[in-house]
Design a protein around this ligand. Structure first.
Ligand SMILES: Cc1cc2nc3c(=O)[nH]c(=O)nc-3n(C[C@H](O)[C@H](O)[C@H](O)COP(=O)(O)OP(=O)(O)OC[C@H]3O[C@@H](n4cnc5c(N)ncnc54)[C@H](O)[C@@H]3O)c2cc1C
Length: 403
């Protein structure tokens, strides 16, 4: 993008899952938008993503589900394996009612991006600040190269450390006491895991493993966070592999081998962050004609694998609310249009708040049960989950509705 000043109708900050899905949802409603992504290429940290029935419903609305289904195996059942003193106790792992698959993140992102009109996504455009124009009260974005973009509408899809969330007044996410390693392992002659989702759980370490295709397996491992995990080591595949294998003492040989044979280019270590449920219950999420979506709205730990699915739902609901109101705004002056835009954003926030509150509460309570330091917190977590989330998978029943 050239240095200077320009005016735009709708700018989406962040070209991750949520930013691309929001641009596509708007496009399907005949509304043009511009996506600003700071990276030089589409970036898909974390290799795989579990997509549950609610996420597939949103992908169906976006029109990309049929293509994505061809890239990954359906997973009909799951097994939970308790690892104790070299013994493995198996029980059923409950899955939601409907479709569960593990997608390659990059496949998801490129499918969303390819469905957009050419030149919708502007790479290498880092937003460094956002202010309100004192005369028009429109948002003004400043890019790293000094370019100023005056927009009528800004949608912040800029992830966990969102500067747009900060602008609208949302508290930053908190650091959780655990981290997650993730990887892809390729088996030239097919993997031995079949079509099951397996979770192995030992004291303080959980390893999840799913097929993407019959030759590609995705795994994730959660364990306690150490200070070294927060240093530059987290980018070193040798370190990630070594500490992951060390954490798997006593686990079945097949899964330890899987981690040992992970492609070093497909290995990630991430500290976990979350926004407290009470922050989600009371935060505004909109300031003027600026609103947030995706992790910028509902940063949560990945214990129920819903951050990405919920981001797709955000995209569908936001585009639906905006298109309904913007249709009415066709004959309106500047102020009338702004008022209708704000009403649309408020409708979106209202519709999403309770949904993401319950998701974040469930992950928060699961987080309490994983606290090694406080028995009281663990008891509170278990009691909360039993009382409020008897059906652990009801979050997958959600339907974000038609676009
Ligand atoms: C370990 C782990 C496992 C997970 N597993 C699952 C799962 O199985 N299923 C699931 O549904 N969810 C999962 N999630 C959650 C999911 O990854 C996120 O909810 C999802 O990626 C959020 O998408 P997003 O677009 O909001 O944010 P992001 O994917 O973080 O994208 C934000 C984008 O904004 C860009 N950006 C940031 N700042 C700026 C700026 N100033 N200017 C321009 N661009 C900017 C970034 O470069 C990035 O591309 C997991 C998360 C973790 C941490």
């Amino acid at each position: 993008m050239n240095i200077g000043e320009e005016e735009q109708d709708i700018v989406i900050v962040g070209g991750g899952i949520c930013g691309l899905a929001t641009a596509l949802a708007l496009h399907r409603k005949g509304i043009r938008s511009m996506v600003l992504e700071r990276s030089e290429s589409l970036r898909a940290a974390g290799v795989g993503i579990i997509m549950q029935p609610n996420g597939w419903r949103a992908l169906d609305q976006l029109g990309v589900a049929p293509k994505l289904r061809q890239t990954c195996t359906e997973i009909p059942s799951g097994t939970f394996i308790k690892v104790e003193d070299g013994k493995f106790g198996e029980s059923e792992l409950p899955l939601g009612k409907g479709e569960l698959r593990c997608l390659k993140r990059m496949e998801l992102m490129s499918t969303l991006a390819e469905a957009l009109p050419a030149e919708s996504v502007h790479l290498g455009c880092r937003v460094v600040s956002i202010v309100t124009d004192p005369v028009t009260s429109d948002p003004v974005l400043q890019l790293h190269n000094g370019t100023l973009i005056k927009a009528k509408i800004v949608i912040g899809c800029d992830g966990m450390n969102s500067i747009i969330s900060k602008f609208v007044g949302v508290n930053p996410p908190k650091l959780f006491s655990r981290c997650a390693a993730r990887g892809f392992t390729y088996y030239e002659h097919g993997h031995p895991f079949g079509d099951k989702f397996r979770v192995h759980d030992a004291c303080g370490v959980a390893l999840g493993q799913l097929p993407v295709t019959d030759k590609l397996a995705y795994w994730f491992l959660t364990r306690s966070l150490t200070s070294q995990d927060l240093s530059d080591s987290k980018k070193d595949p040798t370190y990630i592999k070594q500490v992951s294998v060390e954490a798997l003492k006593g686990f079945p040989e097949k899964v330890v081998e899987m981690v040992k044979n992970t492609d070093p280019k497909a290995l990630y270590l991430t500290e976990l962050r979350y926004r407290a449920p009470w922050d989600i219950a009371r935060a505004k999420f909109r300031k003027g004609t600026v609103v947030v979506a995706g992790d910028a709205l509902h940063a949560m730990c990945p214990f129920i694998s819903q951050g990405g699915g919920a981001s797709l739902e955000d995209a569908v609901v936001l585009a639906r609310c905006l298109s309904e109101k913007l249709k009415q705004a066709d004959n309106e002056s500047g102020d009338g249009r702004k008022k209708l835009t704000e009403e649309a954003m408020d409708l979106y926030v209202k519709e999403r708040r309770m949904r993401v509150f319950w998701l974040s509460l469930q992950t928060y309570l699961i987080g309490l049960t994983l606290d090694n330091m406080s028995k009281m917190k663990r008891v509170l977590g278990i009691a909360g989950l039993i009382l409020m989330f008897g059906n652990q998978k009801s979050h997958t029943d959600y339907d974000c509705g038609r676009l």
